[in-house]
Design a protein around this ligand. Structure first.
Ligand code: GDP
Length: 293
């Protein structure tokens, strides 16, 4: 999803994107990564590849989430260093931060307890962030980590089981509508709040950072827009045109109650998101209806 958004954005710029698909290069295999980077020698790497999933997927497969993410990022960062590639933008995540009810600043990292449902994934990402900092400081490189909040958009994983909340609810409500189901199940209480960022806004933010941010200290990227899962579900229901009832099933985990980033660092540099949640959801549903995966 992020890679495709970067590609859409890059087409407008005078930059040459070298892309490689998962079936051509398995980033979990160090010697293949070494070879590929040695051959292609990019000036900048956007490290968006990761094993990702929604709350239940993270909770059920922590072994894969920690080990595969550690493999991918360690392979790319160490090979990049060996091949003298001087710039990486590594995508972390807002879930690396300790549980907090307040807007979360970059320097809150490692100051408290992590949310258990995605702890394995978070610890892997924290290791990636620390690797970027260590390689930058020790070898004078520009390996920067950025922390986007909950992303959504075209090419997301529209699975009711393994997807994040937005694609999962689009899929579930669409299926409920076409099969005339009277009820659609939403996980948890509906009370938690999330800050959502449309993936094309993230792509713009990444190019903005490339141009305007010359430091190696991690930087947050949040939309500043927060909504409860309950209200989000109503928005999606409306866009899909589903007329049944939403049932909140509290047997499923809520995760953190709030996960809101303090994005003043990037906002003070002049970046702001362009796509509202209503518009972003419409574009995402449009993409889903065309591709129905
Ligand atoms: P999180 O931000 O890591 O918790 O990621 P998710 O996008 O998976 O979940 C966000 C919130 O949406 C949590 O409170 C979930 O319980 C809630 N939620 C409600 N229905 C669903 C669903 O069908 N799938 C997912 N993934 N989350 C859901």
């Amino acid at each position: 999803m992020v890679g495709s958004a970067l590609y859409r954005n890059l087409k407008k710029k005078k930059m040459n994107l070298i892309k490689v698909s998962k079936d051509k290069l398995d980033l979990r295999i160090q010697k293949d990564v070494d070879q590929w980077l040695g051959k292609n020698k990019p000036d900048i790497i956007f490290l968006a590849a990761a094993r990702v999933g929604g709350i239940l997927e993270n909770n059920n497969y922590p072994a894969e989430f920690i080990s595969e993410n550690l493999q991918i990022q360690t392979n790319v960062i160490t090979s990049a260093y060996k091949k003298n590639i001087r710039q990486i933008i590594f995508l972390g995540s807002a879930c690396i931060y300790p549980i907090s009810n307040k807007p979360i600043k970059e320097n809150d990292l490692l100051s408290g307890r992590l949310e258990p449902t995605n702890r394995a994934y978070s610890v892997a990402k924290i290791a990636g962030i620390e690797m970027c900092r260590s390689f930058s400081e020790q070898y004078g490189l520009n390996y920067l980590s950025v922390q986007p909040n909950n992303l959504y958009g075209p090419k997301d994983n529209f699975s009711a089981k393994s997807g994040h909340v937005i694609p999962a609810l689009i899929k579930k409500m669409y299926d409920a509508k076409v099969s005339n189901k009277k009820k659609c199940e939403i996980w948890g209480s509906g009370k938690p709040k999330r800050e959502f960022l449309f993936v094309d806004d993230l792509a713009e933010a990444l190019f903005f950072i490339l141009e305007k941010y010359k430091k190696i200290e991690p930087i947050n990227i949040g939309s500043g827009f927060e909504i409860t899962i309950h209200d989000l579900a109503l928005l999606i229901k409306n866009i899909i045109g589903y007329n049944g009832e939403l049932i909140f099933n509290e047997k499923y985990p809520d995760g953190v109650y709030r996960k809101f980033l303090d994005s003043s660092k990037i906002k003070n540099l002049g970046w702001k998101p362009k796509v509202s949640i209503e518009e972003g959801l419409k574009l995402t549903v449009e993409w889903f209806l065309k591709n129905k995966c």
